[in-house]
Design a protein around this ligand. Structure first.
Ligand SMILES: [Fe+2]
Length: 302
């Protein structure tokens, strides 16, 4: 019997295991299943990070927190979030049971839906967690989606994925098709990583965080801006698409955009380069592209 005692704790939620075993990717958020420990985790994460958001987050994020009326004391209900979010940018948070293969993920963005994890980390391990959770997705990503230009960047990125799928599906040599789609997915994942997840931006004379991987990390918020061990460079597309990254430690290399309009224009360039074949041979290394990601691009639109 699944009850609030079992909770919706990351990697330990029977409700999620059941959804996965039934092949259900898109799910409802069964709010009554959150345990007291789950609510405590949200509260602790929120309380701890708020002063660092005020210090290091970009202005649009801080406005987003207010516009969504995020509750510091309780895990948000996605339907409440969406009531505020949809009129602002057309985006909505859509509950998922786990990993969304690359093309499906990007295609959701194109239709202004954001695949959202509903589980939460344990209250005694607030710091590091390799899996996304609702704090990362809702407190890290969703406030950014209240900004129209930023939201349009995500949609544009979804369109680039669609262009990519059409392009690779037209290649008849199967081996070459696989090789190219892997390279293109790698390039897109790196772009996404160094911007949407770990991007910095210039705001007047300051650097501010807009990447959600940083925005949801108490430790990395300060580290990303203050640490002398981080290399921070102006956004450079040719570098980014060829740069590997590792997910299990604070990022040693970050890239800075001037504005979200700037970011939007770089997604245009990414698509242009892709059509010119400049993403077909990016440097090997992380991230790994799995079978499901490859298939999702090759079977897109079927
Ligand atoms: Fe994320």
């Amino acid at each position: 019997m699944i009850s609030a005692e079992t909770g919706l704790t990351t990697t330990k939620a029977p409700f999620i295991e059941e959804a996965k075993s039934n092949g259900e990717l898109y799910i409802q958020q069964p709010y009554n299943l959150y345990s007291e420990d789950n609510q405590i985790a949200w509260r602790r994460l929120y309380d701890r990070i708020l002063p660092r958001w005020r210090k290091y987050a970009n202005a649009k994020f801080l406005e987003g927190i207010d516009k969504l009326a995020l509750d510091p004391h309780n895990i948000p209900r996605l339907e409440d979030i969406n009531k505020f979010l949809e009129p602002l940018s057309g985006f909505s948070a859509k509950a998922v049971s786990g990993y969304v293969p690359a093309y499906l993920f990007f295609d959701c963005l194109r239709t202004r839906a954001f695949p959202t994890t509903i589980t939460i980390r344990e209250s005694n391990t607030l710091d590091y967690l390799p899996e996304p959770d609702i704090f990362h997705d809702v407190a890290g990503h969703v406030p950014m989606h209240t900004d129209r230009v930023f939201a349009d960047v995500l949609v544009r990125f979804g369109e680039v994925a669609q262009t990519a799928a059409k392009m690779v599906q037209s290649i008849s040599d199967e081996k070459e098709q696989l090789r190219r789609v892997e390279s293109i997915i790698k390039a897109m994942a790196r772009f996404f990583w160094f911007t949407i997840e770990f991007g910095l931006m210039r705001e007047g004379n300051h650097l501010r965080v807009y990447g959600s991987g940083i925005l949801s990390s108490y430790g990395e918020l300060e580290y990303s801006i203050e640490s002398p061990d981080v290399q921070r460079y102006p956004f450079q597309l040719d570098w980014i698409i060829n740069q590997y990254f590792e997910i299990d430690h604070y990022q040693p290399l970050l890239f800075i955009v001037d504005s979200f309009d700037h970011l939007f224009s770089e997604v245009d360039v990414l698509e242009k380069w892709m059509l010119e074949g400049r993403l077909n041979n990016v440097s090997p290394g992380e991230p790994l592209v799995n079978e499901e990601d490859l298939k999702s691009f090759l079977q897109a639109g079927e």
